[in-house]
Ligand binder design. Sequence first.
Ligand code: ATP
Ligand code: MG
Length: 443
Amino acid sequence: MRAAAEKIVIKLQQAGFETYFAGGCVRDRLRGVEPHDYDVATAARPDAVEALFPGRSDLVGKSFGVVRVRVQDATVEVATFRQDGLYLDGRRPSEVTFTSAEEDAKRRDFTVNALFCDPVSDRIVDFVGGRADLEKKLLRAVGDPAKRFGEDRLRLLRGVRLASTLGFEIEPETWSALRRAAPQIGQVSAERVREELSKWLCGQGSERGLDLLDASGLLVVLLPEVAAMKGVEQPPQFHPEGDVFVHTRLMLSLMESPSETLAWAVLLHDIGKPPTRRVDETGRPRFNGHETVGGRMAEKMLMRLRFSNEKTEAICAMVANHMTFKDAPQMRLSTLKKLLARPTFDEELELHRLDCLGSHGQTEIYDFLKTKLAEMPAEAVRPDPFVRGGDLLAAGLAPGPRVGELLRQAYDLQLEGKISCREEGLGWVDGLGLPAAAGGGAA
Ligand code: ATP
Ligand code: MG
């Protein structure tokens, strides 16, 4: 990836254009972290870039001056130095103009994101004091923070996300401007918000990011259901760590490179607790049905954030199912096998482990399920059914809901080991005493 990006820089430089690596990749290399992608910034106009890489480049947005160039197996975004025009709606510049490297640095969001690097000489080009801030681990808006946040409100969320994943402090003036602008975050499109929230949630230090979201005022606007978990007390014998918010925060801190679906399931697993909380006769708080209520709440939230149906379903299923794990040791074999066969089981098991570690700390059920999982291979928990619909119809059953019911019974018996081959399955069908199918079979 780096080699491919370097080739592109060299070719543009040789054609006479000032060209650098820019943004996140420069920041990350200086932090000693391998960049996940390389962005190139150049004085060359988009048509000049296209002319230098014929057949290997696509214009992404002519008005934004970005050309995607393919070299070897990598794709690198090459952007012409630009200056953003007026922001009329707090979301997008009305136009861009092509300018110098310095102006391009100044339109970027934070000083540590505004560095350039010439990969040939390894020289850093810094117009905004980004290097000093990087050394101080400080996130500072480029220019006047209030103005910059006003131009593009997504920068509020990027600020919190970057401070959280990079482990940086937010510079005081940047922070106070961020807090003042937070109530306006609602103007940003759901897709852009979701992308940033997922990067925060899946990245390092997400628990500190949660605190920053909360303290900035962004949380109550974007995820009020999560903010509502604050101060919701739980029984101390099960939750010595504290209230529902503290518990969730602790789980975030325990996640290890989670997938997007797992991370959201962790964040949302107990959002059903605030609205279901009741205190029983003995004075103990109860949250009956919180997983079901939480699953429905999660669905609304994820739809609001425009998650795909597939991810929404997976996350909601994890939320709605998270309480069944405590019953695993008492489950009938067929129920246990069906739990193990769930498409989201691995992630659900990890959610369960984090739930335990983020509260009482006991992991017997996790250990029990790990053992069962090792004992029972995929064929054992999700075998092909011995009895099929056609067998029931051939035995004289009319098509209808009863077919599905009987197939489920047969499959449960198979999972229990009570039907252990197809012959036994057909014997079980015979034993049902269904009326012989018209015209089918012997007298
Ligand atoms: P990541 O590690 O998440 O990729 P990044 O800083 O590279 O972090 P990108 O979204 O890839 O983030 O953006 C690349 C660069 O473009 C940033 O480093 C920053 O200079 C600039 N940038 C991105 N979004 C904005 C924005 N909303 N306003 C101003 N500059 C931005
Ligand atoms: Mg990037």
